[in-house]
Ligand binder design. Structure first.
Ligand code: PLP
Length: 467
């Protein structure tokens, strides 16, 4: 299995090179040269497997010969062993035809663990094989940092420093990061805003001698391996509900387009996906695109579903490349004009092709609270604000054929957003048992005012300690 760039200029690579590179050198994103496709009999043969086994079998189609199957199977086994539910990603029925696919039973209670837990292990294995190490630096306003820390803790070839704005994350979010006392992980509280943290990380990457000395790396959401590791749970849900004989629809609360792209990928791989529904909060660039071919950048406004407060959905470029007939030069041209003009000139035929499969849906904060209340009243189900946008979108855009089930990606545990859930239902969802002592655990983090020199000195000291 080889991978090419959506902008057509980078040389094809294997899975391991794509994993370590992240972004292609022409600025594009990597995609498989062709989609692996399974016959109906092959899909049926995967039905009923434990999640970790299914994940290994499907991921193996993407890792190719860069990884022995047995090694991959050990990794998926270890990655999902620590989840708080024996099904890993259980399906919960909400009404006659709607199901929540719970992706939040990992260590940080959000769906990013599903991919990150595997990614940390893939990184470590690839680096060890090459005899190299990396220092991952990242900025977080809360969620992504904790998922990355849990994924990379105690890894041999990885050191990690995560910057967060002091006093500006929720206490649950801070504690999920700072109570990880692994020797290769360090947390740095910056006396400033999230933007200050991001600027410091950018400045470290721009400092070329420092970047090379430390072997700086990132685990960002455009990494192909993250998308690939999200494909198995859509297949798991579809098979459980009767695919390949019975079609399914998916409704996905969406920010960077990574999660819904994985749902699109299972269709490319031969499963009957009838419709893909994209839920958005008021930051609804994708819903505007699907409604009126209006992919234009607006300012980000805060909402009750902060993990979807985005301006640009970076993974959309992968779908664009497919819609443009895998023409790298055309994709590069559209992306360049998007950067320059703030509006993406998607050709009409490509837009029409997208609207044949995708539907968009927007829900504001009052609507989100009303949906959380409705789910609690109708099904006794406590949903977080992101998931609630997915269920409302599912109801609005479910296929006419009632025989087609709609699976909603439940992306965060309600206890991760207790204030919104309490506001809607009067109930404050408790943390699951394995995290119940989070408020008693020892924290460790350093506070620095946040000059580049101070932060670089900290990273250097931390990485050397493990070198
Ligand atoms: C990251 C995140 C999303 C958005 O996922 P994308 O892959 O960026 O579309 C939705 N919900 C939650 C809870 C998240 O953490």
């Amino acid at each position: 299995m080889r991978y090419l760039s959506t902008r057509g200029q980078a040389a094809p690579r294997d899975f391991e090179a794509v994993l370590l590179a992240g972004l292609a050198e022409d600025g594009g994103l990597f995609l498989p040269e062709s989609w692996p496709s399974l016959s109906p009999a092959e899909w049926r043969g995967l039905r009923g497997l434990p999640y970790a086994e299914l994940a290994a079998r499907l991921m193996h189609r993407f890792t190719g010969d860069t990884l022995p199957f047995e090694t991959l199977r050990e990794m998926t086994g270890a990655a999902y062993a620590g989840f708080g539910h024996p099904a890993v990603a259980p399906l919960v029925q909400l009404d006659t035809r709607t199901f929540a696919l719970e992706l939040f039973h990992g260590p940080t209670l959000a769906f990013k663990d599903m991919a990150m837990q595997l990614l940390g292990r893939l990184f470590d294995h690839a680096l060890a094989r090459r005899g190299s190490r990396i220092t991952i630096v990242g900025a977080t306003s809360g969620d992504t940092g904790s998922a990355a820390i849990e994924a990379c803790r105690d890894r041999q070839a990885i050191d990690m420093v995560i910057l967060h704005p002091e006093g500006r994350t929720s206490e649950v979010q801070r504690r999920q990061m700072t109570t990880v006392l692994a020797p290769n992980v360090a947390n740095l509280a910056i006396q400033g805003s999230f933007d200050d943290c991001q600027d410091l990380v950018k400045a470290m990457f721009a400092d070329v001698p420092f970047r090379q000395e430390m072997g700086l790396g990132a685990v960002n959401s455009i990494n192909w391996a993250r998308v690939a590791a999200q494909i198995p749970y859509y297949a798991y849900a579809a098979l459980a509900l009767g695919a390949p004989e019975r079609p399914v629809a998916f409704s996905v609360p969406t920010g960077n387009f990574g999660n819904v792209l994985a749902a699109w990928a299972v269709k490319q791989m031969g499963l009957p996906v009838e419709r893909l529904i994209i839920g958005a909060n008021r930051n609804n660039i994708l819903a505007r695109f699907l409604a009126a071919n209006d992919m234009s950048i607006r300012g980000v406004e805060p909402s009750l579903s902060p993990s979807m407060d985005i301006q640009v959905s970076s993974n959309f470029e992968r779908l664009l490349f497919e819609l443009l007939g895998r023409d790298g030069a055309a994709t590069a041209g559209v992306m360049q004009r998007f950067r320059a003009e703030g509006r993406m000139p998607v050709p009409d035929a490509a837009w029409r092709a997208a609207t044949a499969l995708f539907r968009g849906f927007t829900l504001d904060d009052p609507g989100t609270l009303a949906e959380i209340r409705h789910l609690w009243a109708s099904a006794g189900y406590l949903a977080d604000p992101h998931t609630a946008i997915g269920t409302a979108a599912a109801r609005a855009h479910a296929p006419e054929d009632l025989g087609i089930p709609v699976v909603v990606a439940a992306t965060a545990h309600p206890a991760k957003f207790p204030d919104a859930v309490e506001q809607a239902t009067g109930l404050r969802p408790p943390l699951p048992p394995r995290l119940a002592d989070l408020y008693e655990r020892e924290e460790r983090y350093a506070v620095v005012p946040g000059t580049l020199a101070e932060v670089e000195a900290f990273v250097r000291a931390h990485a050397r300690r493990n070198g």
